[in-house]
Every structure is written in C-alpha cells, then in structure tokens.
Design a binder for this molecule. Structure first.
Ligand SMILES: [Zn+2]
Ligand SMILES: [Zn+2]
Length: 718
C-alpha cells in the first residue's frame, strides 16, 4: 500500500472541518486513542520495573553537583529535578533539562550511576534546543488532533522549531489555519502535560506506530539498538531521543510563524509534506520582546535599506552577483580604504593576482579534489576544430581547463615562490582584494549574505615558525581595532585538530599551543572547540555581535601546514639552510559585500559619517540663495565629501529639512540671505539638533577631521 492510501485512511475528514471554527482541542481520532492506550500499558509496566529495580538494588550513587558539591542519591529513583529542588527552587523552575556526564538528560529521568550533574536553562544554546524541540512536539500534537496530520519530523532550529507532517495528497496547510493551530498549541501548553520517557523494543515501536509510515521508515533506518525511546505527552506519542522539558507548562509563550511545503526524501515516491514553523519562550513577556526585536530587525533588512537608499541591486541576468550603485560604492570604498589604511600601518603589502587559473594550480593546491563542485570552471576556445563534447575536449586538451579563483591563497603561494626568498623578508604579509567566485546554489542566494562573486580583505602571512606567536597577536590586534571602530563586540573560538587531520601531530601540538597562548595574552573571551579545526591546521574563528545583538561570523585566523608543503615553499634561513615557512590565512571583514550588509542592518541605514553615502545636503532657504548653495555643494565635493543639494522650491524649508532627516543625511547645511552674505552655513544634524551658524570652510575642515578619525558619533561631537 502506498503512503498516500495509508495516510488517507488515517485522515479524519470531519475533524479539521469542525476544528477550524473553535479553539478547543477537538475529539481525537480513534487511532490516537488506540496508540495512547498502548503507550499507557507499556508505561505502567515500565513504572513497575523501575520501582522494583530501585527496591531490589537499594544502591547509593554519588552525584557531583554544579558547584562541585557531592551528594548521595538512590539509583533508579533520584531524579535530576529532585536535586535541582535541593539546590534552589529557582533552579528547579528554570531548568529545562539536565546534563549527566556530559549527555543531555530528562529532569524526571531517574539517575542510574555515579554522575556529574549539570543543569541546562533557556539561557544556553543547548537549553534553547531542548526547549524548542519540546515545543515542536506540542505543535505535532496540535496538528494530529486538529488536522489529522501524519507526523514526520520536527526538529529545533537555530531560532525556533518546525514540524513536517503529511495531510493527504494535494492537501496543503493554509495560512488561515495557523491561528487555530496556534491556539490549540497554547492550550496544550497551558495544560502542563508531562513528557514521559518510555523505552520500547523494536516490536513495540512497530506496534505503536503501525499507522504512521514515516515513523515505521525511521524505525527501520535509524533505530540500530534493541530498544529506542518514545515520549508520551498528552495524546501525543512520538519516537524521539529526547530530552524534553518536564511538562508543556514550561512553555509560557508560543507563536507559529509560517507554513510552507517540504519533501520527504527517503527512497520511493517523494511525498510533499507540510511544514509549520514557530518559536516559543519560557514567558509571554519574552515572546513579546522577541516580536518587537524581530520587527526592528525586519525594518533593518539590508535588502530593504539597499533599495530605499539606492545602494545596490540584483539582476536576474547575473544571479548571485551584486550591482553597487554610486552610493553603495561609496560605502564599499570607504570600508576598503579603512582596511588599506590599517595595512599601511601594519606593514601588509597589497598585491593583485589573476582571477582565472589553470586547473593545474587547483590540483596542486588540493582545491580540485576537495572544492571542485564549488568552483566555476570553463574551457578556453579550441584551436582549429571545435570539440563536439566535454569528454572529447578533456581528451584533446587535458590541461587547459580554467577555473575562477574561489580564494587567493594559491596565487599568493605562487607569488612567494616566484623567486628565492630569504629569512630577512619574513614575515611577508600579502593582502589582496581580488574578486572571488564560488558556485553557490541558486536556492541559497539572498541579498549580500551569500554571493557568487565577492571580495575579501584577504591576506596571507608567510613567516618563520618562531614568528608565529607575534603574528597571531598582530592579527588579533588588527581584529580588535577594526571591530571597535565598526561598533561590534566580538567573541573568539579556537578550533583544534579534527580527526583525519594532515601533518605531524607535534607540529599541531605546537601550533595549538601558540594560538592558545596568543588568545590568553590578548585577554578577550574565547572558547575551545576541540576537533573543529580544518584538516590543514588549527584556526581561530571570530564571531561579532551587531547593534541588535545578532551574531555574524566574519573574521578568521587559520594556520596552514599543507599549502607550504604542496607548493614546496622555502626560504633561506639564518644558518643558510632552506626552511619551510608557516602560512596564516586571515581576514577581518571577511566578504566586504557581506560586511556592508551587516553594517547596513546594524546601523539601520543611519550610517556613521565616515561610511555615509548621505553626509551633507545643502538646503537654500529661497531661490535667491540657490547659487550660493551650489557653491557650498561644490566645496564639499571638492573636499571629497558627499554633498547633495535640495533646491526644490515646490516644498517649504521645513519640509525639505524633514525630508533630509528621513533620508538620514548626517548634516544639513541651511543657507539663507545672512549665511550667503557671510559665507557661512546653518548646521543641523539628522537627529534635528541645531548646531548653529559656522563658517563654510571651517565646517568642511571639521567634517574631514571627523571622517578621517572614523568616529561613530560625528553629529554629537561636531
Ligand atoms: Zn522529542
Ligand atoms: Zn587563504
């Protein structure tokens, strides 16, 4: 029997029709009742089994609590929740799950052996995952009861959760059904139904989920041991590893956000599933605060700001590449100029390298083997007779496939190797803003976040092993100065060798130690991500937080032991012998395009003066001052500032001032008769502060100072 027929048999046509008009949980279909009955039987047996095990063993176990304190507990009886209560009622109330010997664990699940116990709250990423994962069960239960849905899978995501389910062939969920579904979810949450963890054998699992072809498939594919866990919660019984909240009442605020379709990808006929996504919080207040935050974030979407401020656009004739309009280019160039100024100060040498390289280079660098799918490759025109097919071409010209560079490192290695090098030249810091191309899938493209063509503030440092630590510290200092100017706080993570790393373990040891020491001395907070490094070397990833507190991964510092080997890079050491340099890849902004998007959202289109494409607008009071206003505009432009003119005599002065402020011009220079005769300007800021009358030349001078020092608040300190 196909999935479709099976599911149609399950559906309860009358159920959702009547359910739509009422928010009370409808009478459940009979198969839900049947499944629950079966669960209850197994549950009762498990409760008895556990009680007798606790009784029989009477075993005391040692539990080490978060503060380091050790307490006694009874095996198969004491739960993490009971211990949380002993610590504090606040902890017991806010804990969402436990962590036992590092593994996530239900708060109500009895402890079995000596354990190191921790508690997860909503504040941590792991706690949020448990919270949202539990919430998606509530959504699943509501979908079963209201829509007769056949549940598929419902994971937590980085920001919330979703649930995929099947409603029958051709039946899709409508946006108008979400509010009803949401109200049922809220009712189920308010009912504070406990999550009950049950261990079941494969045979019991198959019996429990006999009416759900998706779960049966998952049992076949995913359950490898003799048993697996299912969780009961209200009417819902679901196959799940857990852990979950103690009960649904811990969900104080829940909102469903969107509906779409998705595809069930197991072999056989793909089924179109319905996907509903949502988010939830421990309290209704937190949900409200999130909604406000989200509204603010949406109003700051960089694609919207890019359109409104005429910074950039996209065109279907060049998918995934951005057209920067004059104002956007101004911001772009200001960012690049900022980094260039830092390069001069920090002794980096800027270079330019080709975009198109023979596949031989990519074979040497290893990209052809590991990264080919993500590269744009092309064939040069054939000599005499054109090749009729790709395979004929490869046969006739095996070596002349060309590819657009996805990164600059191999080119910089060629540059290092193009003549003999001496230790006196090290460290050699090569910086390159060259355009990079990556074959991103069309579905993943969106705004400036992911592009097929972009530039990075990319640099590669070739240094002697004993220069490594100083170079890493230099990189960290570089990051700090740039992010401070951009107004970002940042956090670093050191990723160490993964399984399958290449190179000498002792080299890795040394390098990891150097990175760790550099981080310690730098003094900013950092985390250790063991096993998360690249196969070619350990790395420091830098996450910045923008003005809305959103994280972005921008900068990176990566050591590379492999490329110097692959390119056989050498320099003449102090002793005269040839030595191998160490390579550091590093970027601060990362993709300049992406950083421009992040900054647009972070400032909400109110650019700081030094980046601003709207620095000054000159506004003449009347027609008689237009000529002087034009002169003032010319002086601004001659000084290299953005000077616009609003001489629209159809609008009153106050309307034009208002218009300039809405466009976020940092400053407005208003010129009337008096200003004209004295060659002054009357200055206002975009926050409508009146700075009064200033000499035009002096005002321009002051703007240049503020621009050059890249202050974030030029309007306040003018
Ligand atoms: Zn679950
Ligand atoms: Zn690189």
């Amino acid at each position: 029997m196909g999935l479709y027929q099976r599911c149609r048999r399950l559906r309860f046509p009358g159920l959702y029709a009547c359910g739509l008009h009422t928010a009370t949980v409808p009478t459940p279909p009979h198969w839900l009742v049947e499944r629950l009955g079966h669960f209850e039987e197994l549950w009762t047996a498990q409760v008895k089994r556990l009680a007798s095990m606790a009784q029989k063993e009477q075993r005391t176990i040692k539990i080490s609590l978060p503060g380091g304190q050790k307490v006694d507990a009874v095996a198969w009886k004491t739960t993490p929740y009971q211990l949380a209560q002993q610590i504090s009622s606040n902890l017991a109330d806010t804990a969402v799950a436990a962590q036992v010997n590092g593994e996530p664990y239900d708060l109500e699940r009895p402890l079995e052996t000596d354990s190191d116990l921790r508690f997860l709250t909503f504040d941590s990423a792991q706690g949020k995952a448990v919270f949202w994962h539990s919430s998606t069960h509530v959504l699943g239960a509501a979908a079963e009861q209201l829509l007769g849905a056949v549940l598929c899978q419902g994971p937590s995501t980085e920001c919330g959760f979703y649930h995929d389910f099947f409603l029958g062939k051709g039946r899709t969920i409508k946006g108008s059904e979400l509010p009803v579904l949401e109200r049922i979810c809220q009712e189920l949450a308010a009912a504070a139904q406990p999550f009950r963890r049950l261990e079941a054998s494969r045979a019991q699992l198959r019996q429990l989920f006999k009416d759900n072809p998706f779960k049966l498939r998952l049992i076949e594919e995913k359950v490898t041991g003799p048993t697996a866990t299912v969780y009961g919660c209200g009417m819902l019984v679901d196959l799940c590893r857990g852990p979950h909240l103690r009960h649904t009442g811990q969900i104080g605020g829940l909102k469903l956000l969107s509906n779409s379709s998705s595809v069930w990808r197991f072999p056989g006929a793909p089924e179109t599933l319905q996907r509903v996504s949502g988010i939830s919080f421990p309290t209704a207040e937190e949900l409200r605060a999130w909604e406000e935050w989200k509204e603010e974030a949406e109003s700051r979407d960089h694609r919207r700001i890019g359109k409104e401020q005429e910074l950039f656009f996209f065109h279907e004739l060049s998918p995934g590449s951005c057209f920067f309009l004059p104002r956007g280019t101004r911001v772009y160039n200001a960012l690049v100029a900022f980094i260039r100024a830092e390069y001069t100060r920090r002794d980096f040498s800027e270079v330019k390298t080709p975009t198109l390289f023979s596949s031989k280079l990519w074979e040497l660098s290893g990209h052809w083997e590991h990264y080919r799918e993500d590269m744009f490759a092309l064939q040069p025109p054939g000599p005499d007779r054109p090749c009729s097919s790709q395979s004929e071409h490869s046969a006739r010209h095996p070596a002349d496939t060309l590819a657009l560079k996805p990164m600059n490192c191999p080119a910089h290695c060629l540059m290092f190797a193009h003549r003999p090098r001496s230790w006196r030249e090290l460290p050699l810091r090569l910086a390159d803003f060259g355009a990079l191309h990556r074959a991103e899938a069309s579905g993943s493209l969106g705004g400036l976040t992911r592009l097929r063509c972009f530039q990075q503030d990319d640099a590669h440092i070739f240094c002697a092993p004993d220069q490594l630590e100083a170079e890493i510290q230099g990189c960290l200092d570089f990051l700090r100065s740039v992010y401070t100017i951009l107004g970002f706080s940042f956090h670093m993570a050191l990723s160490t060798r993964p399984s399958g790393f290449l190179g000498e373990p002792c080299l890795w040891d040394q390098a990891e130690q150097v990175l760790q020491q550099a981080l310690e001395e730098f003094g900013a907070p950092w985390d250790l991500n063991p096993g998360d490094g690249a196969f070619y070397g350990p790395k420091i990833d830098v996450h910045v937080r923008d003005a809305l507190g959103r994280p972005h991964q921008c900068g990176t510092i990566q050591l590379d032991f492999q490329l110097p080997l692959r390119f056989d890079l050498q320099y003449k050491g102090q002793s005269g012998a040839l030595e191998r340099p160490v390579l550091i890849h590093r970027a601060v902004l990362g993709s300049v395009e992406r950083m421009l998007g992040v900054l647009a959202e972070s400032c909400g289109g109110k650019w700081p003066l030094w980046l601003s494409p709207f620095q000054v607008v000159v506004i003449p009071v009347g027609m008689e001052q237009e000529e002087y206003a034009r002169e003032a505009q010319q002086s601004l432009r001659a000084a290299g500032l953005v000077g616009d003119l609003d001489a629209d005599s159809g609008l009153t002065l106050s309307r034009r001032i208002r218009r300039a402020q809405l466009a976020h011009y940092n400053f407005q220079f208003v010129v009337g008769q008096r200003e004209q005769s004295k060659r002054t300007v009357n200055i206002r800021t975009r926050d409508n502060r009146r700075l009064g009358e200033r000499d035009l030349a002096e005002a321009i001078q002051r703007l240049l100072e503020l621009q050059d020092t890249r202050v974030p608040n030029a309007e306040e300190i003018f």
